[in-house]
Structures are given as structure tokens and as C-alpha cells.
Design a protein around this ligand. Structure first.
Ligand code: SF4
Length: 661
């Protein structure tokens, strides 16, 4: 909401209100300040439920359909609670992405600051590496030979100029993106900070952000940062201030983010990155040549060769399988961790011989990076090497194989360090599971939440009036004849898209399907003058900008287009769900988790695959109607919604039968 969208009216003389109803009700401060205020009972209902949960120190799971105005519904009670519970640490609000953090920071929080009749503070926090380190930046600037490439030199000069005026000092604040190698030379780093001994301390953006974080009443973070903090707390450290309340938006991502944060990944590029930061690569600078021993240079060369050999072995093991290869309990012979540790020792020893403080800091940081990397290698190659049991596998990637490890189960960790750690947690999203799972038992089971209040508020949109649902007739079953299904999807999708004059989003469940459908549509759409936008051609943000700029265009893609994208108006009046979005059951982590359910006497299809797929189906459906003005059609191509017993659960999950909607 920009300033232009609301009017600043004089404050009423009435006594200071302190409940969400006082602000969100028909005569509340928000209604009075918004000339086109639309009363949304669902929003008030949600805000009051959060207010009650915070007062009663009860976890709350709250699903709120599209258009409820979720962010105000949680921000308002968050601010009121923070105001009345000063000294208890910030109320933390965690969003799924930095983009959503920015939306709260630039749109919703300024409005609330303007409307609420008392002073309060809010801070948006991102990870340390997103901040510029002024000391490292000036060090890089002084090193005339750091980059031979003129483009990188220019980018470094641009960062120095920008640093004179930037308020936040974060990478997101840069006027134009810079190459990763350039940012790495100027970013703030763990273990590479002089703290109060730094001459830039008083102006340091990262230190300022830390101070503001420590005193903020409302702290906006993202799930990755929150879970990185949680992973650090397992080791007795922390990133974020202690707090008693956390609100998770898009909470259905928490389990995945927790799994990634507690898990490990290792690739040849990661090892190469650590090596390049010492010597070689695109930098002219070589810390090793300038400060290291001849033994260190030999170790570096050995590691470079062993890195290639180790990942070539993993590539062979993968044998072209895109699904990933489980490692099971096998111990992998690895030639990396020992020379990494020896090189780390050498680099740290070199640091003690260097008098110049900046070079000493760089060497120490590189040394501890190598030690950390050696630990990752050992944890991934040794069964039980990570402290908690990991499911380990190798998966293919366009840049080479990745060795991965993830906890089989994050529930115990989350229970101990989050839900049972004396905090009140509010978990919200537009979709938190199948609509017929009234107590959110699937969602609670995923995260290990034993007790929580629950709330489900429907969307204020009248779906029966604004949205047509078409389940395509007489389609081949994709599990019986995938080729015939693929052909039929191509033909029927083309008909719908042409009838609709483009303006479509086509949701696929695999990259192979994206390619097949794009190939089938490319020529006929070109002849009809309809632009086809295919995920992978451009970054998602650019694809969406193009979709909005050319409303008749058709966007086709997989996973990341099923949720979180917002295209309003006549640029999107048709959504085609090509296939029910069941997760790939052959992925090693999926297999291991399904096996664990079977071992416990459960049914992995009913308890895991189906609820996940229904949740994603609801999200895909939710791409169509984004505002009161939107109209359109959702076409489902997969015949299993009719022919399988479970199919009805997909259709029943849609908001047509919702009394509220
Ligand atoms: S205080 Fe630390 S992060 Fe800040 S400029 Fe100095 S060294 Fe860099």
C-alpha cells in the first residue's frame, strides 16, 4: 500500500484503543484512514483468533483463503502484543522469502506505522552475507589487481559509490545486480569481523542491523534465516534475539525449510569455491601465494584434483539417473576431508605470521571455512556422522552431482527447539493441507505440533460466481498410458488456450512435461499471435513481468509456478492443471520417509502423498482469482479426479462448497 493509497486524517480524540477490533472494525482506525475500506469479517476473525492465542500463550494454526488480508490480520495483533509485552524480546514474523519480507517492509508496515496511535519499532532482518562489510570493501578496492576483468572492476567501483549513499547496505538495495565473485569480496562474513576494533564499526550496516534487531519490537525475518537460527541453537549459538512469539506466514513451507537447514549438501562447485577464495580462479589475488607455505600450495593442488576425482566417482555412481541414488548405511571413501583439514591448519598458521590485520582476518576466515567444509564432507560420507541420523543420497544437477543429507524427521527437533521451547507460534497460510482435514492433523503431524488452537476462514471471493471449473472428459489415465495422456493434454490445452485468447497459466508436474507441452503449443500459438513463456527461459520475476506486460501471453512451468505468483486481471483468466501434483515417489528422501510411515504401520499414500498433492492442487487453483475483479476458468486434465476414490478429495478441497466463499 503506497502513501498515495491512504489518506492521513487527523487523529480522533477518543481514548487510545488497544484491541484488534478497535482497529479493524467498521469504525476502526484502519477503516477511517482507508477511503475505499472494504470490511472483511474473515480478516477480523483471524486477527482476533491470533490476539486470543497470544494472550493465552497457545499455538494457533490458521488457514485463511485468498483475499482475507492475512498480513494485516497477523501484523496488527503482533504489534499490539509487542507494545504491551516490552522486555520480552521481539515478536518475530517469518515469511517464506525475502521478496515477501520486502512487501511487508515497504507496504504493510509503513501503513501500520502511520495508522497506529503509538510509537513502535519494526526491523526487517536478512542474513549477514546480504550486508556489505565496509572494511572488506575498502580492502578489495585497495587491491588494484583483485579483478582483471573490467566488468567486475566496474561492479566493485559501483559498490564503493553505492556504499556512500545506501541506507540499508544490503545486496537487495544495490541499483543493479553484481556477479557473485564481486559480492563475495565485500560481503559481511562470520568469523571475518573485527567488531568494535573495526574503524568502520559505527557506520557498519551489519552491526547497526544487529543493534536494531536486538531492540526491535517487531522483527521481520524469512524462514531460511529463522531455521538457520534454529540450527545454530542446536549447537548452542544463535543469530536472532531471544523471543517468545513467532508468526510464520506461508507456514506450509516450514517442514521443507527446516529439513534443508538441518540437512547438508556438498558439490564440486562448493569445494572449488572454497579453494578459489584462497588461490586461482578469476581473481588475480592469491592469499596462498602471498602468505601460504609451499606445502599449502601442494595441498591446494591435491584438493583440486581429488575434488574432480571424487565427484566423477559420484557421477558414475549416479549413472545418469535424475532421481537420485540413495547411499543407505554405506561409508563413502573420500579423499577430501584430511587434506582440507591440513590446508586449514596451514592457512590458520599463516595468519599468525601476518601482521597486516585485514589479510590476517581473511586467512582466518578462509581457514575456518575449510574446517567447516571438512566437517560437512565427513558428516555426509560417514553414516551417523552428523549427530542426528541423515538420509543420504546423490542427486544429479546441471553443474554436476550433489551429495545430500537430510534428517528423516524434523519433528523432534522442532518440538524441542521451537514448539516446546516456551514460545507461542502462530502458523498461517492460504493452504495448510486438505480442506477436509478440519483439525489440521496432517499439518500438525508434519511439524510435530501436539497442541494448537485452529482456525479456518474461507476466502471472501464468491468462487461460484467468478470461477468456472472444468474437468476434462474422456482423458487417458496418465498412470496407464503416459504417452496418450501427454498427447491429449497437448491437444485439449491448445483448444482451451485458443478459445481463451491466451491469458493462461499452464501448470505441469515435471520438466519433461513442460518441454513436451511447450513443444506441442509452440507453433500453433505462434501462428495465432500468442506469446509462449516457458519457465527456465528467464528468471521467474522476469517471466511474470512479461506475462503482465503482454496479457495475452501464455505461461507454462512446473513446481515454483504452482504457488506464490500473483498475476491479476485479464492477463490470467485460464489456469490449466495438467496433472495431479503428486511428489516424485522415487526421490530417496521421499522413499525413506514413506518407508518410515510403512514401518510405523501407516499408509504412506494416505498419510503423506495424498495430503501433499491436495495442498499443492489447492495452491495451483488459487493462482486464478487474486482480487475481487478477477474472473476465469480452471481446467483439470487429469481424469483421476473422477475415476479414483481419492479424486473427490481434490475437488472437495476447492472453495466452491465453502460457506464463507
Ligand atoms: S564491523 Fe565487521 S562487518 Fe562491519 S565493517 Fe567492520 S569488519 Fe565489516
Amino acid at each position: 500500500m503506497s502513501d498515495a493509497e491512504f489518506e492521513f486524517l487527523p487523529e480522533p480524540a477518543a481514548s487510545v484503543p488497544r484491541t484488534v477490533a478497535d482497529f479493524l472494525g467498521a469504525d476502526g482506525a484502519i477503516a477511517r484512514r482507508l477511503p475505499d475500506y472494504e470490511r472483511r469479517p474473515q480478516q477480523l476473525q483471524m486477527a482476533q483468533a491470533i490476539e486470543r492465542a497470544l494472550q493465552g500463550k497457545q499455538h494457533l494454526i490458521a488457514e485463511a483463503g485468498t483475499g482475507v488480508g492475512k498480513s494485516f490480520a497477523y501484523l496488527l495483533p503482533a504489534v499490539l502484543h509487542a507494545d504491551t509485552h516490552q522486555g520480552e524480546g521481539p515478536v518475530i514474523v517469518s515469511t517464506r522469502t525475502i521478496a515477501l519480507q520486502e512487501q511487508l517492509e515497504h507496504k504493510d508496515l509503513p501503513f501500520l506505522h502511520a495508522v497506529l496511535p503509538f510509537e513502535w519499532s519494526s526491523v526487517t532482518a536478512v542474513g549477514r552475507s546480504h550486508y556489505v562489510c565496509l572494511r572488506r570493501m575498502h580492502l578489495a578496492e585497495r587491491e588494484q589487481t583483485l579483478f582483471a576483468d573490467p566488468e567486475r572492476k566496474d561492479q566493485l567501483r559501483g559498490i564503493v559509490q553505492w556504499s556512500l549513499t545506501t541506507r540499508e547496505g544490503t545486496r537487495m538495495d544495490l541499483p543493479a545486480p553484481v556477479q557473485p565473485e564481486v559480492w563475495e569480496e565485500v560481503q559481511a562474513e562470520h568469523g571475518n569481523c573485527l567488531h568494535r576494533a573495526c574503524k568502520h564499526y559505527d557506520h557498519c550496516h551489519w552491526q547497526r542491523a544487529r543493534r536494531r534487531m536486538a531492540t526491535a519490537q517487531v522483527l521481520i525475518v524469512n524462514h531460511s534465516l529463522y531455521m538457520a537460527d534454529l540450527a545454530l541453537r542446536l549447537a548452542g549459538a544463535s543469530l536472532l534475539p531471544d523471543h517468545r512469539v513467532v508468526i510464520f506466514d506461508e507456514a506450509h513451507h516450514l517442514e521443507r525449510v527446516a529439513t534443508e537447514s538441518i540437512g547438508l549438501r556438498l558439490s564440486a562447485r562448493m569445494v572449488g569455491w572454497h579453494l578459489r577464495r584462497l588461490h586461482g580462479g578469476r581473481h588475480d589475488r592469491s592469499l596462498l601465494r602471498n602468505h601460504g607455505s609451499s606445502r599449502a600450495l601442494l595441498l591446494w593442488e591435491e584438493l583440486r584434483q581429488q575434488n574432480d576425482a571424487f565427484f566423477a566417482m559420484l557421477e558414475d555412481r549416479l549413472g545418469g539417473s535424475g532421481e537420485g541414488q540413495a547411499i543407505g548405511d554405506e561409508k563413502l571413501d573420500e579423499p577430501l576431508s584430511q587434506p582440507l583439514l591440513e590446508l586449514a591448519q596451514d592457512v590458520v598458521a599463516a595468519a599468525t605470521r601476518v601482521e597486516e590485520v585485514d589479510a590476517r582476518m581473511e586467512l582466518n576466515a578462509r581457514g575456518s571455512g575449510l574446517q567447516g567444509l571438512a566437517n560437512v564432507v565427513r558428516s555426509l560420507c560417514t553414516p551417523g556422522g552428523h549427530g542426528i541420523p541423515l538420509v543420504r543420497w546423490v542427486e544429479g544437477h546441471k553443474h554436476g552431482p550433489i551429495l545430500c543429507g537430510a534428517p528423516l524427521d524434523v519433528r523432534a527437533t522442532l518440538r524441542e527447539h521451537l514448539f516446546g521451547a516456551g514460545r507461542t507460534c502462530i502458523l498461517t497460510s492460504a493452504t495448510l493441507g486438505p480442506a477436509d482435514d478440519t483439525g489440521f492433523s496432517w499439518f500438525r503431524g508434519q511439524l510435530g505440533i501436539e497442541r494448537a488452537d485452529t482456525l479456518r476462514v474461507g476466502s471472501p471471493f464468491d468462487y461460484r460466481r467468478v470461477c468456472e471449473l472444468v474437468v476434462e472428459e474422456a482423458m487417458p489415465d496418465p498412470t496407464r498410458d503416459a504417452q496418450a495422456f501427454g498427447r491429449a493434454v497437448g491437444e485439449r490445452t491448445l483448444q482451451h488456450v485458443l478459445q481463451n485468447g491466451g491469458r493462461a497459466l499452464l501448470l505441469c508436474t515435471s520438466w519433461a512435461m513442460v518441454r513436451e507441452l511447450a513443444a506441442a503449443l509452440h507453433l500453433p500459438l505462434h501462428e495465432a499471435g500468442i506469446e509462449l513463456l516457458v519457465q527456465g527461459q528467464l528468471p521467474i520475476a522476469q517471466l511474470l513481468a512479461r506475462k503482465r506486460a503482454v496479457p495475452t501471453s501464455v505461461l507454462i512451468g512446473t513446481d515454483s509456478l504452482w504457488e506464490g505468483i500473483d498475476v491479476r486481471g485479464d492477463a490470467l483468466t485460464l489456469v490449466v492443471v495438467t496433472k495431479l501434483p503428486f511428489a516424485n515417489p522415487s526421490h530417496p528422501l521421499t522413499k525413506a520417509r514413506m518407508q518410515a510411515i510403512t514401518d510405523d504401520g501407516g499408509d504412506p499414500f494416505l498419510e503423506w502423498s495424498l495430503p501433499e498433492a491436495i495442498l499443492k492442487f489447492r495452491q495451483g487453483f488459487g493462482r486464478l482469482i487474486r482480487s475481487q475483479q478477477d474472473r476465469g476458468k480452471v481446467v483439470v486434465m487429469d481424469p483421476r479426479v473422477r475415476t479414483k476414490r481419492y479424486g473427490m478429495r481434490f475437488l472437495a478441497s476447492l472453495p466452491f462448497g465453502d460457506e464463507d466463499g
